[in-house]
Ligand binder design. Structure first.
Ligand code: HMG
Length: 394
């Protein structure tokens, strides 16, 4: 049986911050962010753009652009590390906002940035095992990455949702159940205690943990897929430079030099970094945004070719696996207009960005107000229950 990614869609907040503006405000050389970290802009979620709204907007766009029907979904998994409730999963909110059928399994997964990939791999096994009985799975990755203002992590924030449809007739990427390498261990590289909105991180340790996990997962992948030729590689992208470090590291494991890795980077990795450089780290969605970026740029030329995928979640869990670009994926990926949501964004000043961040503190207890938004929006709470405005036609 074939199984894999049938369609994908992206949702981003309506505003973004130029990293050059942030560098000036923090008295840091612009080149450190733009070249040293490899980031240009980061999406900033406004008061009405919580993780539920971002997830719902990504999934609605998925249905609208791919022609998929909510009534055909039998499993809906939301991967997030920005949960909005200790008990109620974002998937339950989506069930209503998307009109999913009652005969549908819905839940949320968490393992830092790995949570979305955990959902994808579970969905693949669910379909491959026959449990899906012809139904499709919806996996939505949604996150808002926040670090303390002025901290080293601040330029590596971002926000967004990526919705993925998995089925037994994948129009984009055929995945290979079981042909995957896992790596896990308990480390304190990045974490977010229950009382905090902003993550805490040991930055340099987190980079090393990422690279160690990549080495472990890649070795495990090579044991199950020794001869697999990879024409492109998509990595988890907390910032673009990390993908460059990852590529050098993994090619060194293949016995190739740093110069060879740098020479192949432009062809094998750079096309997958275009969207992440405009959006920032979206945690669970990061690998999938990099895949969307690659498919938008090159799906037509990659049909029939295998690409490698690496997902890393701090704490940590990682997986290296591969997929083959489907025949016809070029034309289909073009029809999905994957980067269109980025074209409508508004540039914030640093003062506006800082005001939004100050408002985050009370967002989960804000009394609900009425609103008329063109996409799904978070309105605040009533009796401690979160309220949403479904999209209003404009
Ligand atoms: P830092 O201390 O600000 O930066 O932290 P640095 O001093 O390491 O410099 C960064 C790079 O800029 C260096 O390049 C400098 O040389 C260069 P590198 O040596 O790495 O190649 N640089 C310049 N380049 C040009 N012109 C200049 C200049 N100055 C310096 N003038 C750090 C950087 C990434 C650690 C920080 O931003 C951070 O803590 N970020 C958050 C953590 C993170 O993203 N970690 C990545 C791995 S862990 C992960 O991916 C999981 C995660 O997504 C969470 C999850 O799983 O949920 C984070």
């Amino acid at each position: 049986m074939r199984v894999g990614i049938d369609a994908v869609a992206v949702a981003v907040p309506e505003s973004y911050l130029e990293l050059a503006d942030l560098a000036r405000a923090r008295s840091v050389p612009e080149a450190k962010y733009l070249e040293g970290l490899g980031v240009q802009r980061m999406s900033i979620a406004g008061p009405h753009e919580d993780p539920v709204a971002l997830a719902a907007n990504a999934a609605r766009r998925l249905f609208a652009t791919s022609g998929a029907e909510a009534s055909r979904i039998g499993l809906c998994v939301v991967g997030t590390e920005t949960g909005v409730d200790h008990s109620k999963p974002i998937a339950a909110f989506l069930h209503r906002l998307l009109g999913l059928p009652q005969r549908c399994r819905v839940y949320e997964t968490k393992h830092a940035c790995f949570g979305g990939t955990a959902g994808v791999l579970t969905a693949v096994d669910w379909i491959a095992s026959g449990s899906a009985r012809g139904k499709s799975a919806l996996v939505v990755c949604t996150d808002i990455a926040r670090y303390e203002l002025g901290s080293a992590g601040e330029p590596t924030q971002g926000a967004g949702g990526v919705a993925l449809l998995l089925s037994e007739s994948p129009r984009l990427l055929e995945l290979e159940p079981g042909a995957s390498g896992s790596f896990s261990r308990d480390v304190d590289d990045f974490w977010r205690p229950l009382h905090r909105k902003e993550a805490l991180v040991d930055g340099q340790l987190s980079v090393q943990c990422y690279l160690d996990a990549l080495a472990g997962a890649y070795a495990a992948f090579r044991e199950v897929a020794p001869g697999a030729q990879l024409s492109r590689r998509c990595y988890h992208v907390p910032y673009g430079k990390m993908a460059r470090k990852a590529h050098r590291h993994v090619l060194a494991l293949e016995g190739r030099s740093e110069a060879e890795a740098d020479a192949s980077f432009a062809q094998e990795v750079a096309p997958s970094l275009r969207l992440p450089a405009q959006v920032g780290n979206i945690y669970t969605g990061s690998l999938w945004l990099s895949l969307a970026s690659l498919l938008e740029a090159e799906a037509a030329t990659l049909e029939g070719q295998r690409i490698g995928l690496f997902s890393y979640g701090s704490g940590c869990a990682a997986e290296f696996f591969a997929g083959t670009v489907a025949r016809g994926a070029g034309a289909f990926a073009r029809s999905l207009r994957l980067s269109e949501p980025l074209e409508r964004r508004r540039r914030l000043t640093v003062t506006e960005y800082e005001a939004i961040r100050r408002g985050d503190a009370d967002a989960d207890a804000r009394p609900a107000e009425s609103g008329r938004y063109g996409s799904v929006a978070y309105l605040g709470t009533r009796d401690d229950k979160r309220q949403y405005q479904a999209a209003v036609a404009r």
